[in-house]
Design a protein around this ligand. Structure first.
Ligand code: SF4
Ligand code: SF4
Length: 439
């Protein structure tokens, strides 16, 4: 029987890793649709961002209650998963609580700590479910939060609750078995799960063994299923928040990336010496589709948690405009997925007659942006929706001359007068003539 379980476990593990690997490869190739851009700034600052913002969750703590609850889920995810190592080894070797004998007195301490985290995760998830569905916090119910994003947010919380309940039930039945059969590795009293023991005390030993095995399998299959599910879900942020903070922009927020080919052109128009010679043809100005964006932009779309903090701070959104920076990130990810799926099935990919701008994001949305950076400041994982908006506005302005009429007048003035106003630069100091005549 033990050998059958080992074989089954091995097959489960191989199948799960195969599908996870396939999905990770797809995400990687989707991100590689984007342009590679050089990394600027100090590496030490990048690592500081990873430690403080991704690992230390610094920006999350701007909203203390959700930050506190999220912290337990995050800590639980990182630490309880250490127990999965024992699950995997037990499954492969056909052992039961492999680490109990060698760890001795440390084992019950660790198990009690894991149980404490399991209960903290369980309570936090239930509160999050309550906030989302009963209190109906506004940012979880705005227009882009259609049925799938809402279901996704709920599903992951429900999965976590059931996984934690499975651990506690497994430990409770295991403790009862320990008291009935001395061959079971002794864990000592496990504080939280011991409260569940009276529920199962009336079961026969064989029923208890079945319950312990069922919850063990349920937990490990749940963990593997969860690992695969997150690759399709906004919960990918639990992995991608780390590289995203590393690769995020280090320049001050107001800084807008130049286009080298345009900078050189402007400098030569202004008669300024320039040593920069564009090494390659400019290609498309700005971004129409996902392949015009940078790989960092595309990775950020997968790292977005759909928390809506950006949209909740966006002045355009708050004043009733169509723009939502969260939707910009969600649309970018959806378009990437569409193109990636088409390429994988031998379809037209990017040449499917659709594009990010137009089919997903409208000009009305991008034109509503004030470039205020409030969304960038609000994002807990340093995502920059503004960069994508600006690239699309560049495309509309430079490739289509399709900006609103008032903007085109300003662009024309900049081109001819080197200033947004309609006066020639030679008249720029006319205002001082009057002062001269008075003095
Ligand atoms: S930069 Fe644009 S999208 Fe971001 S908050 Fe400001 S107006 Fe909204
Ligand atoms: S961009 Fe950042 S703030 Fe906005 S929804 Fe995504 S993770 Fe949240």
């Amino acid at each position: 029987m033990a050998v059958v379980q080992q074989i089954l476990f091995f097959i489960t593990l191989v199948v799960a890793f195969f599908f996870i690997w396939k999905r990770v490869a797809r995400i990687k190739s989707n991100i590689q649709l984007g342009k590679q851009t050089p990394l600027t700034g100090e590496t030490s600052q990048r690592w500081r961002n990873v430690l403080l913002i991704a690992f230390g969750q610094k920006k999350m703590f701007k909203k203390i209650i959700p930050a506190f609850l999220h912290f337990w889920i995050y800590a639980g995810f990182l630490i309880i998963n250490l127990e999965v190592l024992e699950f995997i080894l037990d499954g492969l070797l056909g052992t039961h609580r492999l680490f109990a004998p060698p760890l001795g007195g440390l084992y019950p301490i660790l198990m009690n700590f894991f149980e404490f985290l399991a209960v903290a995760v369980l309570i936090s998830c239930v509160i999050f479910l309550f906030r989302r569905n009963i209190l109906r916090i506004k940012r979880f119910w705005s227009a882009e939060m259609t049925s799938w994003p809402r279901l996704d947010g709920n599903l992951i919380l429900i999965i976590e609750v059931t996984l934690m309940l499975a651990i506690l039930t497994m430990n409770a039945s295991d403790q009862l078995l320990q008291s009935r059969d001395e061959h079971y590795a002794q864990t000592g009293r496990l504080f939280f799960s011991s409260f569940l023991m009276p529920l199962f005390d009336g079961l026969s030993t064989s029923a208890l063994i079945a319950l312990e095995r069922f919850t063990w399998w349920f937990h490990i299959i749940g963990i593997l299923g969860f690992a695969l599910y997150v690759t399709y879900s906004k919960h990918l942020h639990i992995f991608l928040a780390f590289p995203n903070t590393y690769f995020s922009k280090l320049e001050p927020m107001g800084h807008i990336n130049n286009m080298p080919v345009v900078t050189t052109e402007v400098k030569s128009m202004l008669g300024l010496a320039t040593s920069e010679t564009p090494t390659e043809a400019p290609g498309r100005f700005g971004a129409k589709d996902v392949n015009d964006l940078s790989r960092v932009n595309l990775m950020a779309a997968y790292a977005c948690t759909e928390c809506g903090r950006c949209t909740a701070e966006c002045p355009a959104n708050l004043t009733g405009k169509k723009l939502s920076p969260r939707k910009i990130m969600m649309d970018t990810r959806d378009r990437m997925e569409e193109v990636g799926k088409s390429i994988a099935s031998g379809g037209p990919g990017l040449q499917d007659g659709k594009s990010l701008l137009g089919d997903y994001i409208t000009k009305e949305e991008i034109n509503a942006c004030t470039s205020c950076n409030a969304c960038v400041e609000a994002c807990p994982v340093l995502i920059n929706p503004l960069e994508i908006i600006l690239e699309m506005r560049r495309y509309v302005a430079m490739e289509e001359s399709g900006s609103p009429a008032q903007w085109n007048v300003m662009f024309q003035n900049i081109e001819t007068n080197f200033a947004p106003w309609k006066f020639p630069s030679s008249d720029r100091f006319n205002w001082a003539d009057e002062l001269k005549s008075k003095s």
